[in-house]
Design a binder for this molecule. Structure first.
Ligand SMILES: Nc1nc2c(c(=O)[nH]1)N[C@H]1C(S)=C(S)[C@@H](COP(=O)(O)OP(=O)(O)OC[C@H]3O[C@@H](n4cnc5c(=O)[nH]c(N)nc54)[C@H](O)[C@@H]3O)O[C@H]1N2
Ligand SMILES: Nc1nc2c(c(=O)[nH]1)N[C@H]1C(S)=C(S)[C@@H](COP(=O)(O)OP(=O)(O)OC[C@H]3O[C@@H](n4cnc5c(=O)[nH]c(N)nc54)[C@H](O)[C@@H]3O)O[C@H]1N2
Ligand code: SF4
Ligand SMILES: [Mo]
Length: 735
């Protein structure tokens, strides 16, 4: 029996695990109590990495499809097929006909997170789609416009705060998002223990709300109105105090003028929050010695996603809680990632709408258009029609709005290649599936996520079951991505030198950090993500800069299997600010122009029921329902509905309801619960595993329904193009 220490890569909590292995078999996974970051915290998913590794349905060899038949093939044959397919599309239609979709695990995977940038650089797709436009695009946009950085997203320093206002996030299930901190529910208890308070604003009384001191139900999509009213009270009370960043803030008068139009009384009815509650929360926030406002997916995947994302930061700034301990702060990663480098294309400011999508004319935002455009770009004939698609760790047939349209469209592609570990609802349409390694077969060290981590900590996990990537062996995903990128660019397999591209990439990143690449390159026997990680650590804030100073390198992490902790968050805005003005732009005109749309929303009454999404601790988006221990027990894919609404619709607990929206309808069992506010119903996302032709033997038995069949693809936050999957008008009747 051997014991290995490693970080769980599944979510942003980055828990330290102790993995017990006998021979080739994982016997047990339990929390690593000595992990410097998570200190023994873990959730049920972390104990299932062995189940994922041993899952007989997990793909281990490339798969090629001929009609309905799948064949397992060797890597050379798989890449030869990719070359034929990609070059066929390039030859017939040109590169405008090729695109890619990048999914969520890309941010959690050692190779993918570090090399997806190289893939994009090589492939030169004119349009790239990602799960980002059903997730955090509004926050990327507000940060880009306010700070000049799209991935430096400030997070609440909950370990030192006294007042935590949470909007549209449920860390009890998600374990935190754009907020990396283990044991967030424990932090809520610790806030209370030091005399502080946590308030959760959510249409559902979530597990987090239950743990918090107060639950404030809110009508989906009205967070921006609520936050503007909070600003209004802060100004009105003379409580605005910018604190340490006072000399850095531009646009304060504009925000004051806007906020003056939104007294609590004006927004109360639309939000369904009493004016006195809004006023009290604003005053509690101002009075707290340290406070932090946090908004997550409920504030992004909604009608006013960008306004709400912007206002979360505005309230932190106005109340003097920005860039200071206990407030909203930037992370300080030990190992910087590519996303942390300022993007040269926006050195003189961001331009939105540099091009538009072909079919609906959606403006480009930060290089992407809504993922819901993909189906129509495939289905609509004409020059520029998409004929070839590469999916990288994504399952858009479940995760993207208008799911049914996309499912139909993918079936018509002339070339579809997926880098994925499962034959699922999306990849069943592929012509070639190139499987990555399991989490235990590859090293790990988190990348992007550490940009909003509550401490500067890091932990390197060597592969437990290393897979030889020798010629003829199994390539790691960074090699797959590099080769695919080159094939998309028109290169032939025989001419692709993966190591040469890797050296070029490494060289460019050395230069970005002021390191002589020839000196650095000479130190390594091999390339790939470990070499890159060593560079990231050595040229990070605590690194040794290849001997220029005392500091850390990857070797220090190899020597410390429980990780290294370099301390709490520190003020960083002066170092990171990258706007053309050199100031924090508190009132970017592109965003404030949308206030008028919000004002008109206040007079609208929705009448019927609004659908929102939810997560569960034992799910992970769409792809972990094949783990038996996680899906056993009572059905979780239910429609949560308030007793009054159930009564009005003639529905009782456990009965089947038909839920319909303008884009589709489905049947699902009802769960009557007063944890929903009246007028709002909730379905989990990530289900709907009943499609034919997949290889998901466990998930198929717990299929559930795909809530994105109900999400209209044209419903987007117009500023960011982000999907509105929360606040969808639906009709609910007995089935
Ligand atoms: N209605 C509604 N829709 C939503 C949301 C919602 O709240 N409501 N949430 C949205 C959000 S926040 C997100 S992030 C998206 C997620 O959307 P996606 O990223 O499209 O979907 P996932 O379910 O995360 O699918 C991950 C895919 O990666 C594969 N995979 C897993 N691990 C690996 C790996 O290590 N390597 C490779 N190559 N493949 C791997 C899985 O088999 C699966 O096919 O969904 C969005 N959609
Ligand atoms: N166990 C588990 N963990 C996960 C995931 C998972 O699928 N399962 N997915 C991961 C991913 S990709 C992400 S992005 C994160 C997301 O992490 P979170 O943002 O914490 O996601 P949710 O748990 O879906 O919580 C969103 C909450 O927003 C509420 N909400 C909906 N609409 C509105 C609204 O208009 N206003 C307000 N104020 N609230 C609203 C919902 O009721 C719900 O409680 O979780 C990550 N972690
Ligand atoms: S909370 Fe669970 S899924 Fe997330 S990192 Fe920890 S063990 Fe893994
Ligand atoms: Mo996400």
């Amino acid at each position: 029996m051997s014991v290995h220490y490693r970080t769980c890569p599944l979510c942003e909590a980055m828990c330290g695990l102790e993995v017990h292995v006998e021979g080739e078999q994982v016997q047990l996974i339990r929390p690593d109590r000595d992990d410097v970051w998570s200190k023994g915290y873990i959730c049920p998913k972390g104990t299932t990495l062995g189940h994922l590794h041993h899952d007989p349905d997990r793909l281990r060899v490339p798969m090629v499809r001929d009609g309905d038949d799948w064949r397992e093939v060797g890597w050379d044959e798989a890449f030869a097929r990719c070359e034929d397919l990609l070059h066929g599309v390039l030859g017939r239609y040109g590169k405008d006909a090729l695109t890619c979709y990048i999914g969520n695990p890309t941010a959690h995977n050692f190779s993918l997170s570090r090399y997806v940038g190289l893939y994009i650089g090589l492939a030169q797709h004119p349009v790239v789609y990602s799960a980002g436009t059903v997730d955090q695009w509004p926050k990327n946009l507000s940060c880009m416009l306010m700070y000049g950085q799209m991935w430096w997203i400030p997070a609440p320093d909950i370990r030192r705060t006294h007042y935590w206002l949470v909007l549209g996030g449920n860390p009890q299930a998600s374990q935190g998002s754009l907020l990396a901190c283990p044991d967030i529910l424990g932090e809520i208890e610790r806030i209370r223990a030091r005399g502080g308070k946590t308030v959760v604003v959510d249409p559902r009384r979530t597990g987090t709300a239950d743990k918090a001191d107060e639950w404030v139900p809110i009508v989906p999509g009205t967070d921006a109105a609520f936050l503007l009213a909070v600003c209004n009270v802060l100004f009105d009370d003379g409580a605005v105090d910018l604190g340490d960043v006072a000399d850095l803030v531009a646009g304060l008068d504009d925000v004051r003028a806007i906020a003056s139009q939104f007294p609590p009384e004006r927004v109360a009815a639309a939000c369904r929050i009493p004016a006195e509650t809004i006023r009290r929360i604003a005053r509690e926030l101002a009075a707290a010695p340290r406070a932090a406002v946090y908004g997550r997916i409920g504030t992004c995947n909604q009608e006013f996603g960008t306004l709400a994302s912007w206002l979360v930061d505005v309230v932190n700034i106005l109340s003097g809680n920005f860039d200071r301990p206990g407030g909203l702060m930037f992370g300080n990663p030990i190992a910087w990632g590519v996303s942390s480098l300022p993007d040269p294309q926006w050195a003189n400011g961001v331009e939105i709408g540099r091009w538009r999508s072909r079919v609906r004319g959606a403006p480009e935002v930060l290089g992407q258009v809504p993922v819901s455009c993909l189906a129509e770009e495939i289905a609509t004939p004409g020059p520029g029609q998409v004929r070839g698609l590469v999916t990288i760790a994504g399952n858009p047939v479940i995760s993207a709005p208008d799911a049914g349209l996309l499912d139909d469209a993918l079936a018509t592609l002339e070339c579809m290649i997926s880098v994925d570990n499962y034959l699922n609802e999306t990849t069943r349409h592929s012509h070639v599936i190139l499987p990555g390694l399991s989490a235990l077969e590859q090293p790990h060290f988190d990348d992007l996520i550490t940009m909003w981590a509550s401490r500067s900590a890091g932990n390197f996990s060597p592969a437990i079951f290393p897979v030889a990537s020798s010629p003829g062996g199994r390539p790691a995903e960074w090699e797959i991505l590099t080769r695919l990128g080159a094939l998309c660019a028109g290169m032939k397999n025989v001419d692709v030198d993966v190591s040469a591209f890797d050296d070029g990439y490494f060289t460019a990143l050395c230069e970005a950090k002021g390191i002589d690449p020839s000196v650095a390159l000479a130190r390594y026997d091999a390339g790939g993500p470990e070499r890159l990680l060593d560079l990231q650590i050595r040229t990070g804030p605590f690194g040794d800069r290849y001997g220029e100073r005392a500091g850390l390198s990857l070797q220090d992490f190899r020597d410390n299997p429980h990780g290294i902790d370099m301390g709490p968050m520190v003020p960083r805005v002066r170092e990171l600010l990258n706007t053309p003005s050199g100031m924090i732009e508190l009132a970017p005109p592109y965003i404030t122009a949308d206030v008028e749309r919000l004002a008109s929303r206040l007079d609208r009454s929705d009448g019927g029921l609004l659908l929102v999404s939810r997560r569960h601790l034992r799910s992970n988006n769409s792809w972990m329902h094949n783990v038996k221990v996680l899906v056993k027990g009572k059905d979780r894919c239910t429609l949560l509905i308030h007793p009054d609404d159930a009564r009005a619709a003639g529905l009782a607990d456990g009965k089947l309801a038909r839920v319909s929206s303008e884009s589709g309808s489905l049947e699902v069992a009802v769960e009557v619960s007063d944890e929903m506010m009246p007028g709002v119903v909730s379905l989990p996302h990530g289900w709907g595993h009943d499609k034919p032709g997949t290889r998901l033997s466990v998930a198929r038995e717990h299929a559930g329904v795909n809530n994105n069949l109900l999400a209209p693809g044209r419903l987007v936050d117009p500023l960011s193009g982000n999907a509105v999957v929360n606040g969808i008008p639906v009709e609910v009747v007995p089935a």
